[in-house]
Design a protein around this ligand. Structure first.
Ligand code: ZN
Length: 333
């Protein structure tokens, strides 16, 4: 007989429980979708979930141990939209366990995000490679895959638009998917609407780039739904926790756009370097190999590649700026 809490007991317990996906959260009410039947229903979260045990290899454990700098297997956690959970429907429908998350955001409060659509406008505000490089670093650090959407393409002439596309082709060669859209006329939507299948998507981008316009153009019915919800909850009740994923294009989109202001959560120069796959591919050719920070070290392959025009000059310049920013900031714990 295995002792309580051993894996055999857990497997037995898990088999009895059912698995679901969290689609919506209003106050403390969760809307779950059963992963086998596809049935939707309302559930609450069991109180003791707040002090649940987690697996050694789960990301929660990693974060907790990092924070407290000691072994700590008990964490405070409540289910989020996007979570995969076990639930019990013996008496009341209750969430009993949250499965380890692939990643998560706080605004919007969503877990297991498959892609972030980062929206940049060509003008008003102007397109910024500085901001693009910063977003790519931060999202890479959070392990969030990125799709780039360039909006308001109708507001500039063809020549500057072609020049921008030319400059952005480097990012395409890095493997980024870039979509050029005009939300008002739904230009670029034919391809854009195919990327949501089987994925949880969140929108992000600077204020004014047209995230809400894009979201409303993709899902005209959304505006109506959010109005109904705010009406039902009563006006001015901004404190009510409400996050919802809407079915779209065979996947889900979060109803609220993600972060518009971004800050580094990096304290080690090496961590920044890790967020540059294009530089990393060259690191072994730097004279100091993986120890090279690509600043002013002799025999730096990244600098050479930049001088040869293989890497855009702004990309290395931004990297060095970010490196200075990180070196100058005080660590926050
Ligand atoms: Zn180097």
């Amino acid at each position: 007989m295995p002792p309580a809490g051993s894996s055999e007991v857990n497997i037995y317990r898990r088999n009895r429980l059912k698995k679901a996906f969290v689609k919506k959260l209003i106050s403390n009410q969760y809307t779950l979708v059963d992963l086998t039947s596809g049935k939707e229903f309302i559930a609450s979260a069991r109180g003791k979930l707040r002090h649940m045990r987690i697996d050694e290899d789960s990301s929660f454990n990693r974060q907790t141990t990092k924070k407290t700098k000691k072994e700590n297997k008990v964490v405070t956690i409540s289910p989020k939209v996007g979570d995969v959970v076990f639930y019990d429907d013996q008496e009341q429908v209750q969430i009993t366990e949250v499965l380890p998350r692939q990643n998560e955001l706080e605004r919007p409060d969503v877990a297991n995000i498959d892609q972030v659509l980062v929206v940049f406008s060509v003008i008003r505000p102007d397109f910024s490679f500085h901001l693009l490089d910063k977003f790519l670093v931060i999202l890479d650090l959070e392990r969030l895959p990125v799709v780039l959407v360039i909006s308001k393409i109708d507001l500039i002439d063809d020549e500057p638009l072609q020049a921008l596309k030319e400059d952005l082709s480097y990012y395409v060669s890095m493997g980024y998917d870039i979509h050029y859209v005009n939300s008002k006329e739904r230009i670029g939507f034919d391809v854009l609407t195919t990327i949501f299948k089987d994925k949880i998507t969140v929108l992000a981008g600077q204020t004014g780039v047209g995230k809400s316009t894009l979201l409303n153009a993709l899902m005209p019915e959304l505006q109506l739904k959010t109005q109904e919800i705010s009406h039902a909850l009563g006006r001015g009740k901004h404190t009510t926790r409400h996050t919802e994923l809407y079915e779209f294009g065979g996947g889900y989109i979060a109803d609220t756009p993600g972060f518009s202001k971004i800050d580094f959560r990096i304290f080690e120069p090496d961590m920044l370097k890790e967020c540059y796959p294009d530089f990393n591919a060259l690191s072994s050719s730097c004279r100091f190999g993986n120890k090279c920070l690509h600043q002013h070290e002799p025999g730096c392959a990244v600098r050479e590649a930049t001088e040869q025009g293989k890497i855009p000059p702004w990309r290395l310049a931004h990297y060095r700026l970010f490196l200075e920013e990180i070196k100058n900031q005080k660590p926050k714990y």
